[in-house]
Design a binder for this molecule. Structure first.
Ligand SMILES: N[C@@H](CCC(=O)N[C@@H](CS)C(=O)NCC(=O)O)C(=O)O
Length: 210
């Protein structure tokens, strides 16, 4: 039996959600870089795996899957290791709600709206487009406040680690490194405490982007 393959660059937040899930389940996986900064995600070889030209893509024994939340659910169900989805319907629904909130409201505002403009500017040695970043701040703040309000337990969806934590952690890690993220997190004490615990997990340390 061959190892599963994860396609995508290790610096991608969504690829890291999958890497975290693999690490928490202790699944051995091969990694194939698809450098989105070099445009490799729009080349024919990758478009054959992912028609929208995004990362990650996961392949297991010929079964090819894209969309991060589908991939992490699949990994949890297809492989041995600790269960990363709550057993009760309410807990599982809360976890799924977090996954949807993260994809619909957190990633677009925090990563696309704030982290990537900072990153592009730093890479090009230019000043960031402050007006564009400022325009993204209210919606990022709304997403963070909504997640703070949903948070009841030690972890996002309750008392045990779930896919919701592994999906948000990479976004949170990048976002907190921006001045806007740092400032917004200062108004969310529960999420700040959550991150201080999460950031010490071996899986988080092992998958930190260089
Ligand atoms: N809905 C997709 C989104 C994937 C996504 O946006 N990935 C980013 C990297 S974190 C990407 O491929 N960006 C390149 C681009 O949009 O051109 C998922 O959940 O997997």
């Amino acid at each position: 039996m061959s190892n599963p393959i994860l396609y995508g660059p290790k610096y991608s937040a969504y690829v890291r959600s999958v890497r975290l899930t693999l690490a928490e389940k202790d699944v051995v996986c091969d990694f194939q870089d698809v450098d989105i900064l070099a445009g490799a995600h729009k080349e024919a070889a990758h478009l054959a795996r992912h028609p929208f030209g995004k990362v990650p893509v996961f392949e297991h024994e010929g079964f090819v899957l894209y969309e991060t939340s589908a991939i992490i659910r699949y990994i949890d169900e297809a492989f041995q290791g600790p269960r990363l989805q709550p057993g009760d319907p309410g807990g599982r629904a809360r976890m799924n709600q977090f996954l949807c909130v993260i994809d619909s409201y957190a990633y677009p505002t925090m990563i696309n709206g704030i982290v990537i403009p900072h990153f592009r500017a730093a890479r090009g040695g230019a000043k960031p487009d402050e007006a564009a970043i400022e325009a993204a701040v209210p919606a990022a703040g709304e997403a963070l406040a909504a997640m703070e309000a949903l948070f009841v337990g030690e972890f996002l969806a309750g008392k045990t680690l779930s896919l919701a934590d592994l999906h948000f952690a990479p976004i949170c890690d990048y976002f907190r490194q921006t001045p806007e993220g740092e400032s917004l997190f200062s108004g969310t004490p529960k999420l700040s405490r959550w991150w201080s615990t999460m950031s010490r997990r071996p899986s988080i340390e092992a998958t930190a982007p260089s």
